[in-house]
Design a protein around this ligand. Structure first.
Ligand code: ATP
Ligand code: MG
Length: 425
């Protein structure tokens, strides 16, 4: 029987890897510019971490987790996101004693049992960052500015940033009552999820993707009109800091993180090409109660996560060209045993000098070798036979048009890169 990749997983083939690497490397560079350091966390964790750290009432915990019992009878879960694991690590490794804010970034795979569609997979990749130990709002603004610079460096000059504040548990509790009262008369016509949310967590209704509920949410009371004084000051400070650093934004009441330990700042970067998925490439916010929830000392935090697949789809939709894997520089085509031995040693020296070089590994005829080099898209080829060995001269052939130049073997060995550059592609 043929075995296929599991539904919702994808192979990233060699032709695509250069684009992925580019996106990842630019992210690491931009994070480094802002003082964020990379952290790597486990792929699976105790299930309880996500129940507490993502929240029992979320779709992720209720419907989407890959949970299994290990051979020791412990319940484990493949990480559905990165923040909970990073918070666990922050606590477990005593990072609270480091100078704050402690700023970390990550590049992970994540796993969710989802309805698979374009931009929505069961194994996907997230680039994310977290900052612990500062109440902000300057740290929030810095984090958001870092994202804006990342989009810019990836060629997206007009990324749409939406910000909101969801207040603190105190002002939100009062607001939740207003929301319940607003939605109550309509509840019969709302989706099943929202009928559950209204009692547990009415804020999440604002985030519902069902058209009808979404329309209803547009006229709901705004939490921004009901913030307590401290939360208002925080939000005003954030907006001032964003203006000061030149980050453009719009305020969007519909952005929520519906858990008690999420507080104040929430934000999203929205794509032009994903309206069907709600348009989100990246979401983040402040979670001042989370570290405590997971068992650490009360510590404020703020972070975001971005879906790498969605980012790449967005770049594609905008016709933004990313680097391709470069072709091999030089193919050495030996004829005969002596030449093969020589080519094997030359190719090793060339590689040591930084030339992407290869030679025959399959005992092919000269004709078949040149055909192979052509298919590989190699930039240059050189045939090495007995006469080349005795004269010490080879013909360097530019594969694009077949033009040849005579080069000495010793020059090729010491100076292949410059020689090929002078010859041109
Ligand atoms: P959505 O509302 O689209 O389901 P989410 O709120 O569940 O997203 P987060 O948990 O905030 O998403 O994750 C951050 C980012 O990770 C998202 O903005 C998105 O780009 C990406 N992401 C989330 N789930 C998936 C998935 N199943 N496949 C691909 N990317 C995903
Ligand atoms: Mg989701």
């Amino acid at each position: 029987m043929k075995i296929s990749a599991p539904k919702g997983t994808r192979d990233i083939l060699p032709a695509e890897v250069a684009r992925w690497r580019h996106a990842e490397q630019v992210f690491a560079q931009v994070c480094a510019l802002h003082g964020y350091e990379e952290i790597r966390i486990p792929t699976f964790e105790a299930t309880e971490l996500f129940q507490r750290g993502v929240g029992d009432t979320t779709d992720i915990v209720q419907k989407e987790m890959y949970t299994f019992e290990d051979k020791g009878g412990r319940s484990m879960t493949l990480r559905p996101e990165g923040t909970a694991g990073v918070v666990r690590s922050y606590i477990e490794n005593g990072m609270g004693s480091l100078p704050s804010p402690v700023r970390l970034f990550y590049n992970i795979t994540a796993f969710r049992y989802e309805n698979v569609q374009k931009g929505r997979y069961r194994e996907f990749h997230q680039l994310g960052a977290e900052a612990f130990g500062s109440n902000g709002p300057l740290v929030d603004a810095e984090l958001i500015g870092m994202l804006a610079l990342y989009f810019e460096r990836m060629g997206i000059q007009d990324a749409k940033l939406r910000v909101n504040s969801i207040g603190c548990p105190v002002c939100r509790a009062k607001y939740n009552q207003l929301l319940q009262a607003y939605f109550e008369p309509h509840i019969q016509g709302m989706c099943e999820d929202c009928r559950g949310r209204i009692g547990r967590n009415p804020l999440r209704i604002l985030d519902c993707k069902v058209e009808r509920d979404h329309a209803l949410a547009a006229d709901a009371p705004r939490l921004l009109d009901h913030l307590c004084a401290d939360c208002q000051t925080h939000f005003d400070g954030l907006l001032r800091a964003l203006v000061a650093q030149g980050t453009e934004y719009t305020i969007d009441n519909g952005i929520v993180r519906g858990l008690d330990y999420y507080t104040r700042t929430v934000f999203e970067f929205v794509s032009a090409s994903f309206q069907s998925l709600g348009g989100t490439i990246c979401g983040g916010g402040r979670y001042d109660g989370l570290v405590e929830e997971i068992g650490g000392a009360p510590t404020p935090g703020v972070g975001f996560a971005m879906g790498l697949e969605r980012l790449l789809l967005e770049l594609e939709a905008r016709d933004i060209v990313l680097p391709d894997t470069p072709p091999m520089d030089l193919y050495l085509a030996p004829m005969g045993d002596m030449a093969a031995t020589y080519a094997a040693s030359l190719v090793a020296r060339l590689r040591r000098a930084g030339v992407r070089a290869e030679t025959d590994l399959c005992g092919r005829s000269l004709k078949a070798q040149l055909k192979f080099a052509g298919k590989r898209g190699v930039r240059f080829a050189a045939v090495i036979g007995d006469s080349e060995l005795s004269t010490g001269q080879v013909k360097l052939r530019r594969m694009r048009d077949g033009t040849e130049e005579s080069v000495s073997l010793s020059e090729l060995e010491t100076d292949a890169t410059a020689r090929m550059a002078a010859f041109g592609d």
